[in-house]
Design a protein around this ligand. Structure first.
Ligand code: Z5A
Length: 209
């Protein structure tokens, strides 16, 4: 395969209310306006199967044991990677994903305390070895996060206790520290306008490199 024609995978990560979904969608619109070939997708979800799995995962209808939860996220990721991400990258698209493999390390690893080495292996299978080229981590203190989502009807995972979010946030910082070339950490308490400008600028410089 001609690597120069291969697209780029850009992911957004962070705890709830961080603004990652807003920024990911705005980046998509911005790149479209600049005539780039770009698709927007998300996890859990992205594919038909994944969107069904998403409904189950976020529903307050069931209690989902930790390993069942993990396997559902991975099942969604495998379909998403195989049927959407890889074909789009091969066709030269920039793929923007709202969450990807790092969410599993942060939430199921640091949050639920599932063994990180095991998660690394399972993620390798679920991603078919694909890694994002660039990841924006929108870092936000847990208190600000809870304040931003306080008027929302909370889904199953959003109903977790404060300590869970503290571990997830800490986990994200650890993951980013281990891969400084892939990660850009942005302070999610900054004005949306400032964050937007930074995301657009960093992405365009990255694409042109
Ligand atoms: N999960 C997991 O456990 N393991 C996995 O492997 C994967 C996921 C893939 C669903 O994710 C859940 O799945 C999630 C992690 C878990 N758990 N929870 N809880 P999701 O991404 O679909 O849902 P979410 O994390 O709850 O994100 P969200 O609702 O899309 O929120 P967000 O992306 O972080 O923020 P936002 O929607 O862009 O903004 C939230 C609000 O804040 C909104 O009113 C904005 O206008 C406001 N906002 C945003 N930025 C700012 C700034 N800078 N200043 C002021 N206000 C702002």
């Amino acid at each position: 395969m001609d690597k120069s024609k291969y697209g780029k995978l850009i992911t957004f990560e962070g705890i709830e209310g961080s603004g990652k979904s807003t920024l990911a969608k705005e980046l998509y619109e911005y790149l479209i306006s600049k005539n780039y070939k770009v698709v927007f997708t998300r996890e859990p979800g992205g594919g038909k199967l994944g969107e069904k799995i998403r409904e189950i995962l976020l529903s307050n209808e069931f209690e989902i044991p930790d390993y069942s939860e993990l396997f559902l996220f991975l099942a969604s990721r495998y379909e998403h990677t195989k049927n959407i991400i890889i074909p789009k990258l091969k066709s030269g698209y920039i793929v923007i994903s709202d969450r990807y493999l790092d969410s599993t390390t942060a939430y199921q690893g640091y949050g639920r305390k599932i063994d990180l080495k095991l998660l690394k292996k399972l993620n390798e299978i679920a991603t078919l070895g694909i890694k994002p080229d660039l990841t924006f981590l929108i870092d936000l203190p847990e208190e600000v996060s809870l304040n931003r989502i306080k008027n929302k009807i909370l889904d199953r995972i959003e109903s977790e206790e404060f300590e869970f979010y503290k571990r997830v946030r800490f986990g994200y910082i650890e993951i980013a520290k281990n891969e400084p070339l892939r990660f850009i950490i942005l302070d999610g308490t900054m004005e949306l306008q400032t964050l937007r400008q930074k995301v657009f600028e960093i992405t365009e410089n990255f694409i042109r490199r």
